[in-house]
Design a binder for this molecule. Structure first.
Ligand SMILES: *Cc1c(COP(=O)(O)O)cnc(C)c1O
Length: 366
């Protein structure tokens, strides 16, 4: 036993592990395991970041005004209610730390994003899981789990790892039926990719209520996961609370400069969405031809069901692909061991992936 014990609420949390286990060293690595954007960052973002590097002797502005103004213009929203974080993961933590008292409950969905229960426990709260309907979030199941101690509900829409999304009407129904004292956090990390006409990221709900927050990130469609930059659009009182708890200079100036340029590069964003719209159906068709079951998805990643036979199952395919330098995500930790999760890559990466999966199913040894 160590001399100093951490908080009881975080007992059992495990340290994150590197994902490269089993990958050949020095070989080309195809990263399809973290839902990163396929096209990398906008060249304009890289140029803007380079230019800012020479000015890192200065603190960034507390309100990071350049970026919140750019985001406000792009989305037609109030910049004063945008709060930036070192990734939206950090904003998830700040929301829990600022709103959840020890012993209060935070609802997430059964196959919801892993950071939700972790952030809940760091704050001393109690994570409550609401069963999915199939692999889609169930508004009714969430509502059934509301108690007098419920403080916050996290809904990732589209959800990671399932890729499924709820229509705007269902999210609105959730907000309407939740008690006003419950903060609803809609994490729209993949909103840019969604092409369903009945989907919205949640901006209108944030505007219409004083207890709904929308989270966004530069890690996925913007191809800038390494920047660590996310943002929350909040009712003014929530924005004020987040500004009061977050470190004043929590977001670095080269990242801010890159993000402004990325927000202004509409052509790059269009290319990203078009790439996904082309290659997601292509991958799904190839997997179906191979006898696999890809799940429907609204995002840039999908879950794929593998056969049950030993040697051809999801458990075996991850190390097989890793041996070829292709990284995908196992789903056993989420309680869906028949599946793997993988994201759309470049054309070249997608073809390498399909060839490797075909070889695997045909019984190749490596
Ligand atoms: C990837 C992801 C995020 C983004 O996290 P960052 O910290 O901004 O990189 C947030 N929520 C969900 C559901 C995600 O899948």
């Amino acid at each position: 036993m160590p001399s100093v014990a951490p908080k009881a609420s975080i007992a059992g949390l495990v340290a994150g592990k590197p994902a490269l286990a089993g990958a050949p060293t020095g070989a080309r690595i195809v990263r399809l395991h973290l839902n990163e954007g396929a096209l990398g960052p906008s060249p304009r973002a890289i140029a803007a970041m380079r230019e800012m590097v020479g000015r890192i002797d200065r603190y960034p502005g507390i309100d990071a005004s350049g970026l919140v103004v750019a985001l406000g213009q792009k989305h037609g929203i109030d910049p004063a209610r945008i709060v930036l974080g070192c990734g939206s993961d950090e904003l998830i933590q700040f929301l829990c730390l600022a709103y959840v008292e020890p012993g209060e409950e935070v609802i997430h969905t059964q196959y919801g994003f892993v950071q939700f229960p972790i952030a809940t426990r760091i704050a001393g709260g109690i994570p409550v899981s609401a069963p999915d309907d199939g692999f889609t979030a169930s508004v009714d199941a969430i509502l059934e789990r509301v108690t007098a101690r419920t403080k916050l509900v996290f809904l990732a829409n589209p959800n990671n790892p399932t890729g499924t999304a709820l229509p705007a009407e269902e999210v609105r129904r959730l907000r309407e039926r939740l008690p006003d004292r419950v903060l609803l956090v809609v994490d729209a990390a993949y909103a840019e990719y969604v092409q369903r006409p009945d989907y919205t990221a949640g901006i209108e709900l944030v505007e219409a209520t004083d207890n709904t927050v929308m989270l966004r990130t530069f890690s996925k469609a913007f191809g800038m996961a390494g920047l660590r930059l996310g943002w929350a659009y909040c009712p003014q009182p929530v924005a004020d609370v987040l500004y009061s708890v977050r470190p004043p200079y929590g977001v670095n100036s080269p990242s801010l400069a890159a993000a402004v340029a990325a927000v202004e590069d509409q052509a790059f964003q269009d290319a990203t969405v078009a790439h996904n719209a082309r290659w997601m159906p292509w991958l799904q068709e190839r997997f179906r031809e191979l006898g696999l079951e890809p799940m429907p998805t609204a995002a840039n990643f999908m879950m794929v069901r593998f056969p049950a036979e030993p040697g051809r199952n999801a458990e075996a395919v991850r190390p097989f692909l890793a041996g070829r330098g292709i990284l995908v995500r196992e789903m056993a930790g989420y309680g869906a061991p028949a599946y793997i999760r993988l994201s759309v890559g470049t054309e070249d990466e997608n073809r390498l992936l399909v060839d490797a999966v075909r070889d695997f199913l045909n019984g190749a040894n490596s």
